[in-house]
Design a protein around this ligand. Structure first.
Ligand code: MSP
Length: 482
């Protein structure tokens, strides 16, 4: 059977500083989805990258007195290192300074210009460099942007505009015909209401300030960074052998950048005559001990700090276990350690340790695994489709509880019952396979101990009984933290 393609993207991040928990969150989510699809045997393409032609990137380089290209080269590397540390298995890391990307931006601009959707005017209004977004006075509070709390700059300059207003009706019809195009629902409704209020044409160029992609029809202007950046998702599929992945199956984004992805991006594609992505999912924001994560106030958890609390898998686990993916969540070291101790160490770690120790000692004997009937795979599949990762983990951990109760009731350390140990080992196989998207390193360790495979195309192994092999005790998976 031909496998189904699945193309997932993360936002491409500004390389103006090292990656933090917010960047890690979307990227791990995309890795979870990518691995889940890979488990099912789908043909996955997973894109990450950096958004380099931003004014704030240029200013950050200037502040450090480093040539901007050299500056972004260094930070792009930092992002790659961070993703490697977090066990993110992406297929392509795109940079907006890549040659192929520039060609694609020029192409799309050219098509839109030819269509008559770009005209020259004067932009007069505010611009927040933090958001890299245009604002009107009513969007601001005392002249400050609501997200960054910094003064927006007042601008007046010649600019090229994209006829966004022309696409209002088409966008509304897109949302109506594809009710899942924007998720979750509450955020979708906000977007639809704003689009219904009317769309203003979008300034898509700035006077060349020495950084950015020059417009093909006026070299004294550079493309607006969002126009340039959004195009990356399409660029990656113009590369050899990757054409089959367009349109994207899902763009994962934070709630703050949903407007760009669900309004501006589809309008750009409609204008250029390119197929539209299937879905945009916006997740919530993390606070840190209930306070906004902010660079200026020094409350940033970078990737190394995140990992140092209790390791990579526990960070990956915590981010999806404690908060529904679409909601805001509060991050605290204490909460992470509690979940690590109570769930990963006490529940999963103990189960694996007890069963593998006894199985190594007494062996296992193949039998029908009746315990497996308690695992609701259909429900888990459905929850994955709905991006309800917290509930997926809830289901899997309910099954871990069932297995722990089973071992407690059957007392195989007294009975030496090899069939009970087989049922438990086979159940651990199912648990490890289903947890692979979230905690891949742990799943792979368990698979080694019990002699089965996890990873690409192994979801089907759930319905196949575990092959009887020598089971090994192994090292403690999660050492409790005081
Ligand atoms: N470069 C743009 C994206 C262009 S995509 C075509 C950008 N970059 S960013 O570096 O600012 O990254 C922002 C991403 O990180 C957003 O998805 C945002 O929601 C996410 N987060 C930043 N802080 C966050 C939290 N505190 N919590 C969760 N995610 C947050 O925007």
């Amino acid at each position: 059977m031909k496998s189904k393609k699945f193309y997932v993207t993360t936002p491409i991040y500004y390389p103006n500083d090292i990656p933090h928990i917010g960047h890690a969150y979307t990227t791990i989510a995309a890795d979870v989805l990518s691995r889940w699809n890979s488990l099912k045997g789908n043909d996955v393409f997973f894109l990450v990258g950096t958004d380099e032609h931003a004014k704030k990137v240029y200013l950050a380089a200037e502040k450090k007195n480093i040539a901007v290209k050299k500056f972004v080269d260094g930070l792009a590397k930092d992002f790659k290192i961070a993703w490697e540390k977090l066990n993110i298995k992406y297929d392509r890391f795109i940079r907006t300074t890549d040659k192929g990307h520039i060609v694609n931006v020029l192409d799309i601009l050219g098509k839109t210009y030819k269509k008559g959707d770009i005209y020259k005017g004067v932009y007069e209004g505010y611009y927040c460099v933090g958001c890299e977004a245009y604002y009107t006075e009513k969007d601001l509070e005392n002249g400050c942007c609501l997200i960054h709390k910094t003064k927006a700059e007042l601008m007046k300059e010649d600019s090229y505009f994209f006829k966004l207003s022309k696409y209002q009706k088409k966008l509304l019809s897109l949302y109506e015909k594809n009710p899942d195009f924007i998720s979750p629902k509450n955020r979708k409704n906000e977007i639809i209401n704003r689009v219904k209020e009317g769309l203003k044409d979008l300034s898509i160029s700035r006077k060349d300030y020495g950084w950015g992609i020059k417009l093909p029809f006026d070299k004294s202007h550079v493309a607006y960074v969002w126009y340039d950046a959004l195009t990356n998702y399409h660029t990656a599929t113009r590369e050899k052998g990757k054409e089959k992945y367009w349109p994207a199956d899902v763009h994962l984004v934070g709630k703050d950048i949903l407007w760009f992805h669900s309004v501006i991006w589809p309008a750009m594609l409609l204008s250029a005559g390119i197929k539209l992505p299937k879905k945009v999912f916006a997740h919530g924001w993390w606070t840190f001990n209930k306070e906004k994560i902010s660079k200026s106030r020094g409350k940033v958890i970078n990737v190394d700090e995140l990992i140092s609390i209790a390791g990579v898998d526990s960070a990956r686990y915590f981010l999806f276990r404690s908060t529904p993916f679409g909601d805001d969540g509060d991050f605290s070291e204490k909460a992470l350690i509690e979940r690590y101790n109570n769930e990963l160490a006490d529940k999963l770690g103990n189960l694996v340790s007890r069963v593998s120790t006894l199985a190594e000692k007494y062996g296992v004997e193949k039998t029908e695994n009746k315990l497996l009937k308690e695992l609701n795979l259909k429900k888990i599949e459905k929850l994955f489709e709905l991006y309800e990762f917290d509930k997926v983990l809830n289901e899997i951990f309910s099954f871990v509880d069932i297995c722990n109760e089973h071992i407690q009731n059957k007392k195989p350390w007294e009975t030496k019952d090899k069939k009970v140990l087989y049922e438990l080992s086979d159940s651990i196989k199912a648990i490890a396979i289903l947890l692979w998207p979230f905690i891949p390193e742990t799943s792979e360790k368990i698979a080694k101990q019990f002699g089965f495979k996890v990873g690409k195309n192994t979801l089907g192994e759930l319905s196949k009984p575990l092959k009887v092999k020598k089971i090994k005790k192994g090292k403690i998976l999660f050492r409790k933290i005081k």
